[in-house]
Ligand binder design. Structure first.
Ligand code: HAS
Ligand code: CU
Length: 549
């Protein structure tokens, strides 16, 4: 007899809610520090006033980066993705106990890393390049968070196996396949960071070894540091492919194409890290070129996504009476804040993605590297494509989790538009200033070399940042009131979209991960082994640490 399956997923809801709560706290700290940075660029320096809490621009920047791109994203994803997988398999996670243990481990890791960060003992920014040396607890805590994400992978794989035993012939449901690929890709990618932490940074910060190898550490960091951006992006694509078409009133255009896109990400996300190191010495030009080619290759699954998602939106909009070549776009259900936030995120990502291609081009990278242009790029991508989509997702998912309707749709819509407008001003200014040579990661208010013409655009950074801050506060207010005060009836969860060309049209090789994993390992080996071996043999770990803050 088949076991009784709890398809209500009550326990999964609580677990997802717990992950979300931590994610929201992180985002709150991240946007508050973000406001200070934006204002500081515009000449309003609050750091002297804030000294008891935030010691310097760089302390604020480290809090901002770590809380937003590492904690908000990771905790949101570990809450959202397994919940989607469980819904798609129509069964609970293989081990709820493991789910809660994972959450516990990640919170402990976060606390261990967070204390030195708050105390200004880990002001090394989210890339923590040595020889800048943080308190050892910062590295240990972050490592525990990463180990937690591997346990999520384990739980997803076990859940998949249990489902497969009962459905030997069926195609893996698309959202579940996407969940698996996201976490397996990330687990492979995070091996670089794990090696950096365990072999280099932790022994060195504890004083067990005297020196560190900064070049090797940076290389291992970017082994993980590029694919981490797809760890943030793929859960968004999961929503754009499997939920948004339904929210738009239509169907997914092609299920097989969506699968192909995710498998290409599995294959190509990792062997590209040198595009962050074009200006680093010690890596041969030829290998940098190989990573350039892979970077342009991993652009392709995003193009597939663009095509597939626009086609799906168009199907929905035309079903609602949309006409014309472009005008159908106006017929999307713009009054639904969850959909509006995500479509605005897509529009923004179109610009962020094109900027990524400029960064990836070796010769143009030399112009923009280490300038505020890059800051503009990643606020369009992780700061909007990802963050605004996550906000859109919470507009339907948080009401489902707390069992009450969204407190105010209008407030939510205002919030999404404010974020988009604020970000447009903010990132326009940063891109332009970067092209004029303004450096990133610099306390510009204290710099002695600023150019007079920068002053024409710097106010926009402050204004855009302040608009986004207001937007974020409206977001938190709406969620808080939904949780505590809403009288609206509990909503029905958004169902997964049907596909015009469905899973049965997908060839079997799109439902097998092993061959893709083997190919992925070969690509990574080819792209990294010669350089890593060379670095390990030819360079030494002889740089002692510095506290530059
Ligand atoms: Fe990037 C630096 C290249 C994507 C995040 N990136 C960063 C950093 C971050 C980041 C955080 O090659 C800074 C790290 C640091 O601190 O130093 N990036 C790329 C490329 C892509 C790319 C080629 N990045 C992302 C994503 C991120 C992200 C995604 C976060 C989530 N990036 C770089 C490079 C650097 C870099 C260099 C190093 C720079 C340096 O020198 O330091 C590509 O994956 C982008 C492909 C995507 C597209 C867009 C497709 C559009 C879609 C939307 C569909 C729209 C619809 C609506 C449906 C081409 C899928 C439209 C409707 C209509 C009707 C039009
Ligand atoms: Cu990258």
């Amino acid at each position: 007899m088949a076991p009784v399956v709890d398809t209500d997923l009550g326990a999964e809801r609580r677990l997802t809610g717990a992950f979300f709560l931590v994610a929201f706290v992180a985002l709150f700290v991240g946007v508050v520090t973000g406001l200070f940075q934006g204002l500081s660029h515009a000449g309003v320096d609050l750091y002297s006033w804030l000294t008891p809490l935030v010691k310097s621009y760089y302390h604020g920047l480290s809090l901002h980066g770590v809380m937003n791109v590492l904690v908000w994203t990771t905790f949101f994803i570990c809450g959202f993705v397994p919940f989607m997988a469980a819904r798609a398999y129509q069964r609970p996670l293989a081990s709820r106990a493991l789910g809660w243990a994972t959450f516990g481990l990640m919170v402990v890791g976060l606390l261990i890393a967070g204390i030195p960060l708050l105390q200004n003992n880990a002001t090394v920014m989210f890339t923590f390049y040595p020889p800048m040396k943080a308190h050892w607890a910062f590295y240990v805590g972050l490592t525990l968070v990463v180990v937690g994400t591997w346990l999520v992978t384990l739980n997803l794989v076990l859940t998949h196996r249990a489902w497969r035993r009962q459905h030997p012939k069926a195609r893996t449901p698309l959202p579940a396949m996407m969940a698996l690929v996201t976490f397996i890709m990330w687990t492979i990618a995070s091996l670089g960071l794990a090696a950096e932490m365990l072999v280099l940074l932790i022994p060195w910060s504890l004083g067990w070894v005297q020196g560190v190898n900064p070049l090797l550490a940076r290389t291992l960091f970017w082994f993980t540091g590029h694919p981490i951006v797809y760890f943030w992006l793929l859960p968004v694509y999961l929503s754009w492919y499997t939920l948004v078409p339904r929210q738009a009133g239509g169907r997914l255009f092609s299920d097989p194409m969506a699968r192909a896109s995710f498998l290409l990400f599995l294959l190509l996300s990792t062997p590209v890290g040198f595009h962050h190191q074009y200006t680093d010495p010690g890596i041969e030009q030829g290998w940098k070129l190989v990573h350039t080619f892979f970077t342009f290759a991993v652009f392709f699954p995003s193009l597939l996504t663009f095509f597939n998602v626009v086609a799906s939106l168009e199907i929905g909009a035309r079903a609602r009476g949309g006409k014309g070549l472009i005008a159908w776009f106006g017929k999307l259900p713009w009054g639904d804040p969850s959909l509006a936030a995500q479509v605005l995120a897509m529009l923004t990502f179109t610009f962020g993605g094109i900027g990524g291609l400029i960064n990836a081009s070796h010769s143009m990278n030399l112009l923009v590297h280490n300038t505020t242009y890059i800051v503009g790029h990643f606020h369009l991508t992780v700061g909007t494509a990802v963050t605004l989509s996550f906000m859109g997702i919470t507009y339907w998912l948080v009401p489902v989790l707390v069992g009450r309707g969204l407190w105010s749709r209008r407030l939510a819509l205002t919030q999404a538009w404010l974020w988009t407008v604020g970000m447009a001003l903010f990132s326009y200014a940063l891109h332009s200033l970067g092209l004029q040579g303004m450096p990133r990661r610099t306390w510009i208010a204290m710099a002695t070399y600023t150019q007079p013409e920068w002053g024409e655009l710097t106010p926009l950074i402050g204004i855009g940042g302040a608009i986004m801050f207001v937007s974020a506060m409206l977001y938190f207010l709406n969620l808080l009131l939904t949780w505590l005060a809403s009288q609206e009836p509990a909503p029905i969860p958004v169902e997964f979209a049907d596909a015009v060309s469905g899973p049965e049209a997908a060839p079997v090789f799109l439902d097998r991960l092993r061959p893709w994993l083997v190919l992925s390992a070969i690509f990574i080996f080819v792209a990294y082994a010669p350089t890593l071996i060379h670095m390990i043999l030819e360079t030494s770990a002889n740089v002692s640490g510095f506290r530059v803050w």
